[in-house]
Write a protein that binds this ligand. Sequence first.
Ligand code: 2BA
Length: 107
Amino acid sequence: MKLVYAIVNNDDSHPVSNALTQNGFSVTKLASTGGFLMAGNTTFLVCSEDEKVDEIIDIIKEHSRKRRQFVPSTTSYGAGNYTSFPVEVSVGGATIFVTDIERFEKV
Ligand code: 2BA
């Protein structure tokens, strides 16, 4: 058994969730926050048989878009003088980790 963690943009959360459940996967959604942008995102937990992991990743890929996002940054231009300017970063589609599950039980 494997556990797939997938961090996706909040805007993609519903399409990803719908597609996974429609394809028969049990899904848990966690509200999470990215450490860099400090913006809300969604972390999915999906536990499944090893041979279904590629299908899960394909579904997530299909419903997660890559986005350009601006973050404020500051630079110094003299003693005590700072100016703020936006820096563009690319976010997503999805960040995915797959781990082994030692034991799975529903009691
Ligand atoms: P954030 O940490 O808010 O990062 C948002 C985007 O900012 C990242 O997009 C990346 O393009 C950029 N970024 C992150 N850290 C950076 C840094 N130190 N310097 C420059 N740019 C940086 P993604 O790579 O698509 O990541 C989206 C979200 O996935 C992340 O949100 C974080 O919540 C999660 N994530 C990404 N990589 C991770 C990892 N190795 N471990 C745990 N969570 C991760």
